[in-house]
Write a protein that binds this ligand. Structure first.
Ligand SMILES: C[S@@+](CC[C@H](N)C(=O)[O-])C[C@H]1O[C@@H](n2cnc3c(N)ncnc32)[C@H](O)[C@@H]1O
Length: 351
């Protein structure tokens, strides 16, 4: 077992069961994790082909260890997916976590990866051959708590009202409502496996970020016992949280360390005021497939904490802005940001 700190994030190599059972393991506010799904994926070290029974028992064992380190008002977000050939597994796990571990299923979020609306579609999907099964476009995010009564910051990931008359009619303080329990988070377009860090099963950074925002505790301690490439710790850094991530595989640990170092070194936090946030809300989410600066703005909109106004500009955002935004280009992100926010935002990377 070995551990490395990068900024406020700790990365531990080891078996999560051993690490979580250490007597000095500090309690956590939020757990966000995606364990292996038992779909026979080609992980580096982990063998993803247990019997169904063995798998469900193992996840229950890890969940019991998580319950032990989760604060009384903590949230455990468990991302699972079945497959067309093993559709019951996530539900079997849930029943076991209720009956044997004592967790309450406070919210059941559906993570939509690709969707067709009208005659259009957005998001990537993996085609399924044959005629029996439909393409698998969604996964589960189970929100588990000790007592089913954890208060959440729903507006931190809220969305503006479609019908603006609702704001005055129903006395809402802002043009923002709870987004509900269907989350559309497509994977970013990548052109090679290297951009997915050579890992077979990563999730997009918005997924853990929205879970951390939703739980809503400032400076939360965040845990991911199945860290993979470090996505949850990147989200934890974006959210200003303190994270700890564990993975059994040294090559994924090395990737997570590198990814996180680059993120921590090269990202910049900006805090938007109410007016600036509203400017950003005006971006139409359906424009994510359009011109690249609109896609970038939609992605900033989705990473903004709508309660606190905090937005972390990643190394990639900053690089993109430098490459694409010449001061004379109409509609450039730099100009847009300056015009929309009414002030120059320092986009240089801290040294
Ligand atoms: C689905 S992946 C997580 C991917 C991660 N969410 C990301 O975005 O990169 C599951 C990870 O669990 C790790 N793993 C499997 N068994 C483990 C164990 N007993 N303790 C810690 N990590 C384990 C695997 O090496 C794999 O990287």
């Amino acid at each position: 077992m070995s551990s490395v700190w990068i900024g406020d994030q700790e990365i531990i190599r080891g078996n999560c069961l051993d690490v979580l059972r250490r007597s000095n393991f500090q309690k956590v506010d939020v757990v966000v994790t995606s364990p292996p799904y038992n779909l026979n994926l080609a992980y580096g070290m982990y063998d993803d082909s247990r019997t169904e029974n063995d798998y469900v028992n193992w996840i229950a064992e890890v969940a019991a260890a998580i319950k032990h380190v989760l604060k009384p008002d903590g949230s455990f977000f468990l991302n699972l997916s079945g497959s067309n050939s093993r559709p019951y597994v996530p539900f079997e796990v849930m029943v076991k976590l209720r009956n044997d571990v004592g967790f309450h299923l406070q919210n059941h979020i559906t993570w939509i990866k690709s969707i067709g609306i009208g005659c259009g579609s957005t998001g990537h999907f993996k085609p399924v051959p044959g005629r029996r099964f439909m393409h698998h476009n969604h996964e589960h995010i189970f929100h588990l708590t000790h007592d089913n009564d954890v208060l959440l910051d729903r507006l931190s990931i809220g969305i503006p009202f479609q019908d603006k008359s609702n704001i005055a009619r129903r006395g809402h303080p802002r043009d923002l409502r709870c987004r509900g329990n269907t989350w559309f988070i497509p994977y970013p377009t990548v052109k090679s496996k290297a951009q997915k860090y050579w890992h077979p099963a990563t999730f997009p950074v918005e997924l853990p970020l929205w879970c951390i925002y939703l739980h809503g505790r400032r400076g939360a301690r965040v845990l991911d016992p199945f860290l993979g490439t470090g996505t949850t710790l990147v989200a934890s850094h974006f959210a200003g949280a303190k994270g700890v991530g564990i993975d059994i595989d040294p090559s994924y640990i090395a990737t997570a360390c590198q990814r996180l170092s680059e993120t921590v070194e090269a990202s910049r936090r900006v805090i938007l005021d109410r007016h600036e946030m509203e400017q950003l809300f005006r971006q139409d989410g359906s424009q994510r497939e359009a011109a690249s600066w609109q896609r970038k703005l939609v992605s900033l909109q989705e990473r903004l904490n709508k309660t606190t106004g905090e937005l972390m500009l990643s190394a990639e955002d900053l690089q993109w802005i430098r490459e694409h935004a010449s001061p004379s280009t109409k509609g450039s992100l730099r100009n847009w940001i300056t015009a929309a926010f009414g002030r120059q935002i320092d986009l240089t990377v801290p040294t």
